[in-house]
Structure formats: C-alpha cells, structure tokens
Design a protein around this ligand. Structure first.
Ligand code: NAD
Ligand code: IPM
Ligand code: MN
Length: 345
C-alpha cells in the first residue's frame, strides 16, 4: 500500500501524526511518502501544488490529508490553489461525509435520537467551480459573480453513487437537498436526475428538502436522515452542522472519492487547520483516525477499517468526555486499542 501524506497546516500535522500511529498498527507495511505542501512551502517558494508533485501524488494508492489554511496566507490561496485543485485534478466527484452519533458521545441536542447518516456531497462542481469574476473592480459599480456549474454528467454520477449507498443501508432512504424554489435551473437538473435514477432503485425511498428547512431538521430531528445527496456548497455547510450535532467537528471524517478509481482518492477530516488551537496539543485526532478507516475501506482493507472503527467506538464509549486527554493521549489510546484488536458490537 503506497500512501501519500499531506499533513498541511495548523492542527493538520498534529492529527495526522496520530492517524499514522493508528495506521501503523493495522498496516505496518504501508509505504508512506510525505509532502510538505501548505503554508510554509508557499511562504518559502511561492509554490502551491507543483506539476511534478501532482504527478507523484497520482502514483499512490490513496492520499491522506490533514488540513490546509493559515492566517498568514490570504484566504483562498491555499484552499483553492492546493485543496480544491487536488479535488478537481484528481476528479474527486464524490465527497463522502458520514455523520454518526457514537454511543457515549454527547450531542448538544437534548434528544438527538439515533443519528447515523451519510452525506454524499458533490465534489467537483457547483459554486466551487471557480466560474465567476469581478467587473469594474475598485469602482463604486463593482460586480462580483460566482456562477454555479452543474452538469448532467456530474450530477448523475454523484446521484447514482448516493442511490447505491442508500440501497446498501438498512433504511434505504435518500434525501435530495437543494433549493429548487429559488435555484430553478440547477434545481430542475438535480430533481430530474434523482427522479430518473430512482426508477432503477425502487427499493430506495426518496425525499426532497430545501436546504434551509434541512438545517431545521438537522437540529430538531437529525435521526430522520439516512443518505443525503446534495451539491458542493450545501454539502459543505450541512456536514459541519451534522458534525456538530453528532458530538463535534473533531470526530467527523471524509473521503474525496474518484469512484472510477482512475485517480487516487483523498481522505481528510472534515475540519480545517483550526489556527485557534494549533500547537497546543488539544486537537482531537479522532476525525483523522476515522478518515484512515474510510481510506482502508476504499482500498478493500475492510477488516482493518472495522478494527479502527471498533477502537474508536470503544474509546468514545469509555472516554471521560469532560477531559478526553490531548491529541497524543487520544492517539496513543486508539493505537493501543487497535493493536489489542478490541471489538465492540
Ligand atoms: P476549522 O474547522 O479549522 O475550525 C472550526 C472550529 O472547530 C474551531 O473552533 C476549531 O478549534 C475547532 N476544531 C477544528 N478541528 C478540531 C479538532 N480536531 N479538535 C477540536 N476542535 C477542532 O474551521 P475554520 O476556523 O473556519 O478554518 C480554519 C482554516 O482551515 C481556514 O484557513 C479554512 O479555510 C481552513 N479549512 C481547511 C479545511 C481542509 O483543509 N479540509 C477544511 C475547513 C477549513
Ligand atoms: C471542507 C472545507 C473546504 C471546502 C475549503 C477549505 C475549501 O471547508 O473540506 O469542508 O469548502 O470544501
Ligand atoms: Mn467545510
């Protein structure tokens, strides 16, 4: 297994160190190549993602990323020039973001119910496509546009993936989240594609919700969701909310998948570089560890992925959540649990 690791900025390297500790327990033979992409490299050389590095990254089975973004770099430079460029170049069209309330984890909601959902966020289109610009810049008549791009090809492949995931889950329920009452062009395309693909999945029940109402239900009744399929920006926002509802952003893992497997997929916590807590050793590495489990599942190492998940579940069920220990302590605990091959129901 050849893995490229991009620790990145802020808490990225802190949580990645722990994730690699855990990975080492299940796949000790994994070959790791580190790439120092991020704020420091940009400051030192002006480089974000050199072509040669992109070529090397393509030559790996998967990529593990910490986080990018730093207050010393103008907003968007690293996010667009590095993270989004990777997602676009490597055609990471399915951004997979599970959100599950583990036993023992306290939700900020009084009665959350059994929350176990997967958000299938489109990853290469929408408002992220970079289609826009500034007209009459620095005049009183300046106009800024960001045009959402939604292609039939791009929407269909992510909707198909979401249906397949829903069909494989016990509840077999899919919710399309959009804003069809206002974004009538893109909304029409998404609705039609969902309707068409649903004909091939008569076993999957389908619901539609506007994104604003979804934020209500995410807080009042998150257990209603099974699989959500949605566009790039709605999915970004909803998955931070889903993470908060299921015990915090420190637990939320994600995979940026090229379902065709032509390019390596990339796994990363949903959270960012958290400059407010970077360097303090208090970031929760669990999201990064669970991202390793998603990576292993993607590479067919299901048994190892289950071992990691079971260890996380055990740790979360037995953790003193008021004093969980720091980044290293949590990583050490998870590595020890994985090595002792703990199993939970
Ligand atoms: P953030 O996710 O970094 O932080 C939001 C809040 O969550 C902060 O209070 C932070 O302390 C907390 N938090 C995040 N991860 C945590 C963890 N593992 N354990 C405990 N607490 C945690 O979001 P932000 O502050 O909006 O963004 C900071 C920078 O990260 C920005 O430059 C942004 O562009 C970038 N970013 C990068 C990614 C990525 O690389 N995938 C994702 C989101 C944001
Ligand atoms: C995420 C992040 C990224 C996104 C940013 C940093 C480009 O918020 O991975 O959720 O918006 O997708
Ligand atoms: Mn985000």
């Amino acid at each position: 297994m050849r893995l490229a690791v991009i620790p990145g900025d802020g808490i990225g390297p802190e949580v990645i160190a722990e994730a690699l500790k855990v990975l080492g327990e299940v796949i000790p033979t994994a070959e790791i190549t580190r790439y120092d992409l991020g704020a420091a490299r940009w400051h030192a050389t002006g480089e974000l993602l050199p072509e040669s590095v992109l070529g090397e990254l393509r030559d790996h089975d998967a990529i593990l990323l910490g986080a990018v973004g730093d207050p010393s770099v103008p907003s968007g430079i690293l996010e667009r020039g590095l993270l989004l460029r990777l997602r676009f170049e490597l055609d990471h069209h399915v951004n997979l973001r599970p959100a599950r309330l583990y036993p023992g984890v306290k939700s900020p909601l009084a009665e959350p119910g059994e929350v176990d959902m997967v958000v299938v966020r489109e990853g290469t289109e929408g408002l992220y496509a970079g289609n826009g610009g500034l007209l009459r810049k620095d005049t009183p008549h300046e106009i800024a546009t960001e045009v959402s791009v939604n292609t039939s090809f791009g929407v269909e492949r992510v909707v198909r993936d979401a249906f397949a995931r829903a069909a494989a889950r016990p509840r077999k329920h899919l919710t399309l989240v959009h804003k069809t009452n206002v974004l009538t062009h893109a909304g029409s395309l998404w609705s039609r594609v969902v309707e068409e693909v649903s004909l091939q999945h008569p076993d999957v029940t389908v619901a539609y919700q506007h994104v604003d109402a979804t934020t209500i239900h995410m807080v009042t009744d998150p257990a209603r969701f099974d699989v959500i399929v949605t566009d790039n920006l709605f999915g970004d926002i909803l998955t931070d909310l889903a993470a908060a509802v299921t015990g915090g952003i420190g637990l939320a893992a994600s995979g940026n998948l090229d379902i065709t497997r032509r390019n390596p997929s990339m796994f990363e916590p949903v959270h960012g570089s958290a400059p407010d807590i970077a360097g303090q050793g208090i970031a929760d590495p669990t999201a990064a560890v669970l991202s390793v489990a998603l990576l292993l599942d993607h590479l067919g190492e299901h048994e190892s992925a289950r071992r990691i998940e079971a260890s996380v579940a055990f740790d979360l069920a037995t953790r003193d959540h008021s004093s969980p220990g720091g980044t290293f302590a949590i990583g050490d605990r998870l590595a020890a649990l994985v090595s002792s091959n703990v199993r939970t129901g």
